[in-house]
Design a binder for this molecule. Structure first.
Ligand SMILES: [Zn+2]
Ligand SMILES: [Zn+2]
Length: 175
């Protein structure tokens, strides 16, 4: 299966007035169950990924912004389309080199692979949660996020090589 996060990939809001492109793979993918994300999405959680800020460019439109203080004490700027209201990017005062991009704002969100659930202490009892993902009652440290991301990449590579070997065997058997 082609990796949708290789090269340049794109996304935007529901009405198309705000568009972006991303030129590097995500550093980490997660679902956040904090109350702020619940309010913002109007749903159980925000599934999002962190990408390097230098690799993210708004290519159309100027999103509206909502600033607040996160539990970390740092400012969080949530950028959304002022016309249709869709979230498109979140800028984190605590992590100025990265931006948060909502998974479902991607043009092809199908390849999104969250590796952890954050702020699960605030999850709603009715919220579905993948039991195989690592859970953090609040936010993991940067070091933990890095190691989870590395493990995730290793797992992806292993899956890829198993798939390639399987295809090679199938090809040899039929040929
Ligand atoms: Zn819009
Ligand atoms: Zn959150």
């Amino acid at each position: 299966m082609a990796d949708p996060f290789v090269g340049t990939y794109t996304g935007g809001c529901a009405c198309g007035r705000v568009r972006y492109e991303i030129r590097e793979p995500p550093r980490v993918a997660f679902s956040c169950y904090c109350r702020a994300c619940q309010r913002y999405t109007g749903s159980a959680c925000m599934s999002a990924m962190l990408v390097p800020a230098r690799a993210f460019t708004l290519t159309r439109g100027e999103p509206a912004q909502y600033r607040s203080k996160g539990d970390s004490g740092f400012e969080i700027t949530r950028c959304f389309c002022g016309h249709c209201g869709s979230p498109v990017v979140t800028r984190l005062g605590r992590l100025p080199d990265e931006v948060g991009v909502p998974a479902a704002s991607l043009d092809d969100p199908s390849g999104f692979k969250p590796t952890m659930n954050l702020f699960t202490a605030f999850a709603q009892p009715w919220a579905p949660m993948n039991p195989e993902l690592r859970k953090f009652e609040t936010a993991p440290s940067r070091r933990v996020r890095r190691s989870v991301a590395r493990a995730h990449r290793r797992a992806c590579r292993a899956t890829d090589s198993i798939a390639r070997a399987t295809f090679a065997r199938a090809g040899a058997a039929s040929g």
